[in-house]
Write a new protein. Structure first.
Length: 433
């Protein structure tokens, strides 16, 4: 064992840790975990802990035993659990019995994209802005569709009833070593937003899964239900996950927003994402409900970019230095972040490696006929069809993984087609997202 693992085992022994959660997610980004006792941790690091992969979406067709191997750098104490008999958590990679990486592990897919970026001399940094709704629960503790409050954007208490919940979430995240930057009430009733400081891609994906878990745990502790469903109400603001992306070379951010120019590489990176966005939307917006959000309440509809305008797919905020970046506004937090971030990195890097120049910025004009503009897919079925024809998707994602993704998502589309949209979304997604 190396020193880091030895130190972790010593920490476990000295801090009254009684349960260790080995965290991972299924193919669609739904969090999963297997709990072990402290005495099993050395074995987990050495050979991994086996689990029933046949019961996990995306791993169901795998005939061989699979094992969870904790990443020692992701240790976090769960602050909402008892201080005596503590519970800690590790994010895990999925490996085969011989110790080799399992090609269908979502985390490993992102690691491969990060490695390609490093080979080209770049590092991608991610920061997420996550929106979610807080709903009241009934006397049985089951979630209702009644918002926690009737406040709007930036409102204060007592109109904003989510202020103390957001505060508790942010303090809990800090205790776990995560770095929330800002929080506020969003436009919808009971809608909130918490934004993260940028980090490397793998940490950002891990942090998003951790964030969703913390939000739901703290909401439940306050008698509420937190939902990341992209469009819980047809006539209210949807919940997106804006992704802030920057590109570094030699430790220096090469995005520039001063004046009217970006560096050539950052322009190509942004064009790479724009040119591939329709191909990867099925992974950035994975629910039938996701597509109800597009085109309203500042959610994008067209494949365009501009400086600062919030109606565009990509916005380049007025920021300088390390905060210079692009902001992608289409994704939602129901995605599998490992797959989503991997595809974004690979799309951007394809742009850097190519010779396509960045398209002109789009000037928003609501009165202008925009039929000539390229649109995001109108629904999940269209997005899946486009993704199936993408060489990028087939290059980045293992065939066994993508085949299962397409198969299971097409089943969702078929089930949604014969149901009322709102009732299907509530039954199929609301309890899980």
């Amino acid at each position: 064992m190396d020193g880091t693992i030895s130190e972790i085992i010593k920490f476990i022994e000295e801090n009254d840790v009684k349960f260790i959660r080995l965290a991972f997610c299924d193919l669609f980004g739904v969090p999963k975990n297997i709990s072990i006792m402290p005495g099993e941790l050395p074995r987990a690091f050495e050979t991994g802990i086996s689990f029933d992969s046949s019961a996990v979406k995306g791993l169901m067709d795998e005939p061989d035993d699979l094992f969870l191997v904790p990443d020692p750098g992701t240790l976090a104490v769960l602050p909402w659990r008892p201080s005596q008999g503590r519970v800690v958590r590790f994010f895990c990679d999925i490996r085969r019995a011989d110790g080799t990486s399992y090609e269908g592990c979502s985390r490993s897919v992102l690691k491969r994209a990060v490695a390609r970026s490093a080979e080209m001399g770049y590092a991608c940094r991610f920061g997420t802005e996550c929106e979610f709704y807080l709903f009241k629960t009934d006397e049985e503790g089951e979630p209702t569709m009644i918002p926690h409050d009737r406040a709007g954007y930036g409102d204060l208490a007592p109109l904003d009833r989510g202020e103390n919940v957001r505060r508790e979430i942010c303090l809990t995240l800090e205790e776990m070593g995560l770095q929330p930057e800002t929080s506020h009430h969003e436009q919808g009733p009971g809608q909130n937003e918490i934004d993260f400081r940028f980090s490397d891609a793998l940490a950002a994906a891990d942090n998003l899964l951790a964030f969703r878990g913390v939000v739901k745990a703290i909401a439940a502790r306050n008698g509420l239900y937190a939902s990341f469903l992209p469009k819980p109400f047809p006539d209210r603001s949807g919940s997106g996950m804006h992704i802030n992306l920057s590109l570094s070379r030699g430790g220096k951010n090469i995005f520039r927003t001063t004046g009217q120019e970006h560096s050539e590489a950052s322009e190509k990176f942004m064009e790479g994402i724009l040119s591939r966005i329709r191909e990867i939307t099925a992974f950035l917006n994975p629910l039938t409900n996701s597509y109800s959000r597009f085109g309203s309440f500042e959610a994008p509809r067209y494949v365009t970019w501009s400086r600062q305008n919030r109606f565009q797919l990509i916005r380049v905020p007025a920021a300088a230095g390390e905060y210079s970046r692009l902001e992608l506004r289409s994704p939602d937090a129901c995605c599998n972040p490992y797959l989503a971030f991997a595809l974004l990195i690979e799309a951007g890097l394809d742009g850097v490696a190519g010779h396509t120049r960045l398209r002109p910025a789009h000037i928003f004009d609501p009165a202008k006929d925009e039929r000539h503009l390229e649109r995001l897919p109108d629904n999940l079925e269209e997005a899946l069809h486009i993704a199936q024809g993408s060489d990028l998707v087939h290059r980045v994602l293992p065939k066994s993984l993508s085949d299962q993704y397409f198969s299971l998502k097409y089943q969702e589309c078929s089930a949604a087609a014969i149901r009322d949209t709102l009732s299907f979304d509530k039954e199929a997604y609301f309890p899980f997202y």
